[in-house]
Design a protein around this ligand. Structure first.
Ligand code: NAP
Length: 542
């Protein structure tokens, strides 16, 4: 409940959306179609979300470009030509700007506006949001479109502020060009981001030192430009393509192979894996044998295959061993897609430091000190990742009915209904929220599903004069239990990663949690549709 009276300058909208990334842009488009008054608040100085912030060298898709764009407008699909099978960040950011302009969305988007708090007012059934500037706005409905990987985290190391050279977190990469010529550069972190940075800057820098705590299983992206003939084919078959994407678990073009690893001969298995290694994209992860991510023996066998590839590609056997994961199997963490990543370590100007063996101790004025050496650098790049999935929620002071804090409610892990609502937080919808299928998905496909579902709900409330809706604690408990059950037997749940809620840079993020829906996007879509078809079963609408 809000204590203070509504300030006279506070504006009241039908809906407020937080975030102008892929989700926020599309949600605005849909709600405007419904005739609602909508305001989007965005921290950045422009639209684009993840593609606005992640300007680091080498940032690019690892979903096929033409599967990633919005599917809602045939004119837009025909209008836009992707230049590569896996487009780079500048092109994707141009695309999102193009969408904002084409549909005249900017007039309802307020940039440079970080939402610091969101508070539900029980008396009026409205949400009030406050910006960092102190400005306040109100709306009947609050929709968070804040992204699963938008709360960047820095190592908790002494001396970070002391470093006199240039330093960047990859998420906060500057808009101005960064010159690497002749520089001594450090990269901390070897997740999907670190891998893209390392392979891109290795040929540009004077010297590169990579500080690796945990190696990852990386496989080739096999990117290439889209030819004119391919462009014609792509534009001529969008309906079939999107129909296909609706049938695969992750909404990729890749679908899991129905065969088990041990149902084929060794020769067939090797040939299949060789073929997958040469193909573009995530097929090697998403279209592997069906038991690869559940049967430890199958997983170990395929991990051996990838280890052999790494040994073939890295000249120094000791470096190759450092780059081969020993504590987790292939695909149990997000697979970084690479382009000559392993070959970067064959360059004489690149060296790899194992910081599990010799931990980072501190950042100094001139570089980095580990337990056994001091290194001097001109630049330090932190590719150290995110407080994933729930982190962006924690950075906003969200208070629901009766003043309950979302942070407190989710302290022992999120509790949600469909990954889209949480009991006690009426009229609030969480696009790409925890327990949602979208963080294991070719994300725009799942975002469109989330947004369309939310739009239908808001249409229903408008048509029926409903001013307040909320999921019941029972429905929330059932969904949360369902999430846990689906994850049973998945090898990834036994591994530390952002997907299991682990982040050494955040206090308390040292307990593994199930944060994602594991049943695949088609099953998730069915569940959401069934709730709507049953008149929003599991929710109370007043
Ligand atoms: P990440 O996967 O969480 O990787 C962070 C890296 O930094 C890890 O190697 C981690 O080591 C290391 N690290 C973190 N804190 C550290 C510390 N205090 N000291 C030493 N090392 C530390 O983050 P990310 O690479 O930014 O990727 C996150 C996700 O973003 C990806 O999994 C993917 O979903 C998405 N992404 C997508 C694309 C794309 O679509 N092409 C590209 C980039 C990222 P540990 O592993 O030991 O914790």
């Amino acid at each position: 409940m809000l204590d203070a009276p509504i300030a006279s300058q506070t504006k009241v909208y039908d809906a407020i959306i937080i975030g102008a990334g892929i989700a926020g842009i599309y949600q605005l488009y849909r709600l405007r179609e419904l005739g609602l008054s909508v305001r989007v608040f965005e921290t950045g100085s422009d639209v684009g979300g993840t593609w606005y912030w992640n300007r680091y060298p080498g940032a690019r898709f690892d979903s096929e470009s033409y599967t990633y764009g919005y599917s809602f407008s045939e004119e837009l699909l025909q209008d836009w030509s992707w230049s590569e099978h896996f487009s780079a960040q500048p092109e994707t950011l141009r695309y999102l700007n193009h969408v904002a302009d084409r549909f005249d969305l900017r007039r309802d988007i307020q940039c440079n506006s970080r939402v610091s708090s969101a508070t539900f007012d029980d008396a009026t059934n409205q949400w009030e949001i406050a910006l960092d500037t102190g400005e306040t706005h109100r709306a009947r409905f609050l929709i968070t479109a804040i992204g699963p990987l938008s709360a960047d985290t820095m190592p908790r190391l002494a001396g970070v502020a002391d470093f006199k050279g240039q330093s960047f977190h990859t998420y906060r990469w500057p808009k101005e060009p960064v010159d690497f010529t002749g520089k001594r550069v450090a990269v901390i972190g070897t997740g999907a981001t670190g891998v893209q940075v390392i392979q891109t800057i290795a040929p540009l820098v004077g010297h590169l030192t990579v500080f690796q705590r945990t190696p990852n299983w990386c496989t080739p992206l096999n990117n290439r430009p889209i030819s004119d003939e391919e462009q014609r084919q792509i534009k001529g078959s969008y309906p079939e393509l999107f129909a296909l994407l609706r049938t695969t678990p992750g909404c990729y073009v890749h679908n899991v192979d129905p065969r088990g690893t041990f149902e084929v001969t060794e020769a067939e298995r090797e040939a299949f894996w060789e073929q997958r290694y040469l193909e573009p994209g995530f097929g090697i992860w998403q279209a592997n044998f069906h038991d690869m991510l559940t049967d430890p023996k199958a997983n170990a066998l395929f991990s051996d295959f990838v280890a052999r590839k790494i040994r073939q590609r890295v000249t120094d056997p000791a470096v190759a061993e450092m780059l081969i994961p020993k504590c987790h199997g292939f695909g149990t963490r997000r697979v970084p897609q690479e382009t000559r990543y392993y070959e970067a370590f064959n360059q004489p100007n690149v060296n790899l430091v194992d910081i599990k063996a010799t931990p980072l101790e501190r950042i100094t004025e001139t570089g980095i000190k580990t337990s056994d050496a001091s290194y001097e650098f001109d630049m330090i790049i932190y590719a150290t990742g995110f407080d994933a999935i729930t982190g962006a929620f924690s950075r906003i002071e969200v208070r629901g009915a009766g003043g309950q804090r979302l942070k407190d409610k989710w302290a022992d892990g999120p509790k949600t209904f469909l990954g889209l609502q949480s009991a006690g937080f009426p009229n609030m919808l969480t696009i790409v929220g925890p327990h949602n299928a979208s963080t294991r998905c070719n994300i725009p496909r799942c975002i469109e599903q989330n947004v369309d579902w939310v739009t239908d709900l808001l249409r229903h409330t408008r048509d029926n004069g409903i001013t307040r809706f909320e999921t019941t604690p029972e429905a929330e408990a059932d969904w949360t239990r369902h999430i846990d059950e689906l994850a049973e037997g998945m090898l990834y749940t036994q591994i530390d990663s952002w997907a299991t809620g682990i982040n050494s840079n955040v206090e308390g993020k040292n307990v593994r949690r199930i944060l994602q829906y594991q049943g695949g996007a088609p099953a998730y879509r069915e569940k959401c549709d069934a709730v709507a078809a049953a008149g929003y079963a599991g929710m109370v609408l007043e």
